[in-house]
Structures are given as C-alpha cells and as structure tokens.
Design a protein. Structure first.
Length: 477
C-alpha cells in the first residue's frame, strides 16, 4: 500500500506539471501574438486623425520588434527562470542544512586536559592547548556533558585533542559512549548502547547481515549521521565530522567513489589538496588546509602503479605522445586508449582524444593532466583502486571504508589493504567478505534488528576469535 501511495503521488505530481506547462505555453503563445497589435493600437488614432501616413505604422511596427525580445525576456524565459530559481532555493537549503549539521561538532576543553593529566601532563596546560587548537568558528564546551546539552540533539562529535604521550600503536583515536543509531525519521533504532574504543594500529571490521545498520554505524563514526544519541569522542582527528578542518586527518571511502571533473591529477589530489578546500573549511572560517604539501608527479605515478592502474597511466601517456606528434587536438586515435572508454555521445573529451574519451590537456606534456569523464571511462573496480590511490597519498591517521573493495577480486583486495596498513593508517571497514577479517585486529558484529525500539544486537571480538567461530560454524553446517 505504501508503494502504491508513492506511485500515486508521482503520477499526481507529474499531472500537475503537465497542466502547468500547458498553461504556460498557452500564455506565452497568446502573449507572442497579442503583443504584435500593440504598436498598431498606439499609432492607429493618429493615422485616422490624418496626422501620420500609413507608412509610419509599418515603421513603428519594425521599431517595436527590435525591442520586443528584450522587453519580453521574462515571459519567453519564464520556464528557465523558474528552474534556475528552484536550483538556487535547493542550494540555499543545502547550505543551511550543512551549517546546522556542524552544530553537533564540539571541541572539548576541560575533559581533554583531564585526559592528558592522566598520562602526566598538567590539566590546565592541556586545556589551554586544546582551546588554542580549536578551529575558528567551531563550538567549544567545557565538558562532554556540556556539549551534549548545548548540541542540537542526536549524536554529538566531541574533539578531545590528541592524548599526550601517544603517537604510536595503541594510541586512543576514537571512543564511542552510549551510541544509539536511529533511522532519520526516528521511527526505529538500528543499534543501541554501542561502547567501544578504536586505537592506532588496531583496525576494526564491522560485519552483519544486510539491513543491520553497518553503513549507518560507519557514517555515525564519520559524523555523517546524526539521528540517534550518544557521543563519538575524537582524539587527534580534527577532521572527524568537520571535513573542512585539516583535510587529510580522516578519509571516508564509499562503495562508489566520487570522480571529480578534471584531470587525472585532480582525481588523485581530491579531496585533501583540492582547490575547493584550499581557502577555508566547511564553516567558511578560513581554517588552514592540509599542512603537508601535495605529492610530486613521480610519487603520484608510483602510487597509480601500486594500485594496479599502471595501464591507465600508460594509456594517458600514449595519448599525450600521439597528440604531440600530430600537433592537433583531434589526434590520438590509435593510441590504444579507446579500450577503456564507454562513452557514446562524442563529448568534448572525444573530440580531443580521437574517440578515446580522454582529452589531452592543452600545453601540457604530463599524462596526469589528461582530462576525461572518469566516472564513465573507468569501471567501478578501477574507480575503487583510484580511491585507494588517494588514500595512500593522503596517509590519514584513520580511514573509514564502506565496502570499498566490493568490485575487486581478492588478490587486488589483499594488495590494497596491505599497502594501506603498511602506511600506518588505522582502518574501520564495513564488508561482507570473510577475507577482510585478516586485515583487522577486532570485529564488531551486528545481529539482525530485534525490533523498532531495540535495534540490532552487537558484540566485539578479536579477529582470531571471530574467524575461529566462523570456521566452527561452517564445519557444523
């Protein structure tokens, strides 16, 4: 019944759209013809009074037609202006919602000092350092309790500052306190009373049946899901819940990576060194971006080969060579690039790459400056490998992976996970494959939902215990 109601709503909305479009067409056509009578109506009395000749009427009609298009711009472009207005309204609402979302992110002054004092640093010194390190525009609170009371409700992200004396394996990065996750409308709970710690070098795998809320838990950890309650405490991860603050401290890899418009270089530098994040953070307060300089060209090419995208680099290099040899933007055919293109509409990239879908950057000699519609040119598996290349270049302290290798075979999956772990990044992964267990130290297992008011059951175990239980269950089956 619910699906039928939604279908009826769509049909009703489309019917209203058709009626309004018809009325607009009637009005525009009526205006277009009736307006032609205006100059004749103005000068006709003068003609009948004998003050002007008949030719003056034709002259006035011609003069009026010259300005008619300018005068009638709003009428003729009413549909386009209405669409433009709708887009502006949606962007304005998106900006407002983004600002509201950041209201649940706090820098905690008092408790960060207390935590530091436990390992030998004075509480007053640590609190002052935490306050000084708080990004401009981010809300501060004296304690976690004060932040929970001052927040807009739902899940609260609290930045405690790095634990003094840490910096190596075993350092506390993330802590969940009484985390409850609900559906956006609050009608049912997905998980309840989650309490766990994530430490450096102790990667966590989240598993469970479909619909158990694995991705929702991961989004809550990343500060992308507010529905629910409880707190996520961050230690030395300023970008958690506030991506514009020090890009690169935390990186989120979805199942389908976002491919930006631009060159291959732009793909690799996104989002840590992207130009859009260079001037200010998500609050627009001018907080400094990633302090590490962007990687060099040799490093980017080396990373592409490490993630098994050397063939893409070679195809781009062949396109650059072909374009240089012919000194024409329409060259590039026979470079071997077309094997990766699925574009059928020609497009600007095809015009510059001989139907290959890759456009050689004007005046550039580097394969990294080739431009293409990467979301169409690359398969999902190649896009996921490109996302891992971003991860290796950024080398964040914490990476959140939402089935980030679902389109890859187990050999490539092993290669990518081993490379990321060797870089020192701690992982929190969501996945279904049992092969993922070996790359994590602990496993958070979510059970099926127990009801709208209870949510899924959960348990924490070591990777060895989980693998042993899974093997025993397989033997018993």
């Amino acid at each position: 019944m619910a699906d039928l109601g939604r279908l009826q709503g769509v049909v009703s909305n489309y019917s209203t759209l058709l009626v309004n479009s018809r009325n607009l067409d009637f009005f525009t056509s009526f205006y277009r013809f009736i307006i032609q009578l205006l100059p004749a109506a103005v000068v006709a009395p003068l003609f009948f009074q004998g003050k002007i000749d008949f030719g003056v009427i034709n002259q006035s009609q011609s003069a009026f037609n010259h300005i008619l298009s300018d005068v009638s711009l709003v009428v003729y472009q009413f549909e386009s202006l209405a669409g433009f207005s709708a887009v502006i309204d949606r962007l304005g609402e998106f900006s407002e919602v983004s600002d509201v979302k950041l209201r649940h992110v706090f820098t905690i002054e008092g408790e960060s000092g207390a935590a530091a004092a436990k390992v030998g640093e004075g509480a007053a010194v640590a609190a002052a350092a935490a306050a000084a390190a708080a990004p401009a525009g981010r809300r501060t609170a004296a304690s976690t309790e004060a932040a929970a009371e001052a927040g807009p409700g739902g899940i609260t992200i609290m930045h405690m500052g790095p634990v003094a004396g840490g910096g190596g394996k075993g350092e506390l990065l993330l802590e969940l306190r009484g985390l409850c996750i609900s559906t956006p409308d609050g009608s049912s709970k997905l998980a309840q009373d989650l309490n766990l710690e994530v430490r450096a070098g102790e990667s966590l795998l989240i598993v469970g049946p479909s619909g158990a809320g694995k991705t929702s838990v991961l989004r809550a950890l990343a500060g992308l899901w507010q529905a629910g309650g409880g707190s996520v405490l961050s230690y030395g991860l300023p970008g958690l819940g506030d991506p514009g603050c020090q890009p690169g401290s935390v990186l989120f890899l979805p199942q389908k990576p976002y491919m930006v418009l631009g060159s291959l270089r732009d793909q690799l530098l996104y989002p840590t060194w992207s130009e859009r994040g260079s001037s200010s953070n998500g609050n627009g307060n001018g907080a400094p971006k990633h302090t590490v300089p962007p990687p060099g060209e040799a490093q980017m090419e080396e990373v592409l080969r490490r993630v098994q995208l050397g063939s893409l680099l070679d195809r781009c290099r062949a396109a650059v060579a072909a374009a240089g040899s012919s000194s024409s933007n329409t060259s590039g055919g026979g470079s071997g690039i077309s094997s990766g293109s699925s574009s059928s509409d020609g497009g600007e990239g095809n015009a510059a790459g001989g139907g290959t879908g890759i456009n050689v950057g004007a005046g550039r000699g580097s394969p990294l400056d080739c431009v293409a519609d990467w979301s169409q040119l690359l398969s999902l598996g190649e896009q996921q490998r490109l996302a891992f290349a971003r991860l290796l270049l950024t080398a964040p302290r914490l990476a959140l992976l939402d089935e980030a290798t679902s389109a890859l075979d187990t050999a490539n999956e092993a290669l990518l996970y081993q490379a990321v772990l060797a870089s020192g990044t701690t992982l929190i992964s969501v996945g279904h494959r049992p092969t993922l267990v070996r790359y994590h130290r602990r496993v958070l297992q979510l059970g099926p939902p127990q009801g709208p008011t209870i949510g899924a059951t959960w348990s924490i175990s070591s990777a060895e215990e989980f693998a042993g239980a899974a093997a025993a269950a397989a033997v018993g089956a």
